[in-house]
Design a protein around this ligand. Structure first.
Ligand SMILES: [Zn+2]
Length: 168
């Protein structure tokens, strides 16, 4: 089984804004509807030209009128809740399988750490108390993975599509 197999089918079209920056993943049906209504156009991954023939497989669509999607908009809402969701409500420190009940600043606020996607992880109370006002290195703890922003997977997939497109 490849990692593509556990993606739900129909969520594999990436919508980009007019600067070709990935905005979101859309269901295939929605993508086709957007193209049919003229709001979006199909992109050919090989050369990023707008394709006149939308009948083949669709991987990328472009919204020519979409403004660059600002990171600040994505950060709206409760960041801590969204970090919890990103981390599947599980403590992100290695060796710990507890459900997360707190949000940890990897670099603590008292050491100049900021409240960003890359500096926040879901963490259980025990690990958080153990770590205290220290960095993971100072506390001898390690993260299971490097925390990422909400669209990191989109950029990776966008690159994959382009690579496949130019190889074909
Ligand atoms: Zn923990």
């Amino acid at each position: 089984m490849t990692h593509k197999a556990d993606k739900p089918p129909g969520i594999s079209v990436i919508a980009v804004d007019r600067n070709y920056v990935p905005m979101m993943e859309v269901a295939r049906r929605k993508a086709i509807r957007a193209v049919a209504s003229g709001r979006a156009q199909v992109l050919n991954p090989a050369n990023l030209d707008r394709s006149e023939d939308p009948c083949g497989a669709i991987y990328l669509i472009i919204f020519p009128h979409a403004q660059a999607c600002s990171e600040s908009k994505l950060l709206m809402g409760r960041l801590d809740r969204r970090v919890m969701r990103r981390d599947h409500y599980t403590c992100q420190y290695e060796g710990c399988h507890n459900r997360a009940d707190t949000i940890d600043h990897i670099i603590p606020l008292c050491q100049g750490g900021r409240s960003t996607w890359q500096n926040l992880v879901a963490c259980c109370l025990l690990c958080n108390q153990h770590k205290g006002g220290r960095t993971p290195e100072q506390a001898g703890m390690r993260l299971k993975k490097v925390p990422e922003g909400p669209r990191a997977h989109l950029f990776r997939r966008f690159e994959e599509i382009l690579k496949d497109g130019s190889a074909a």
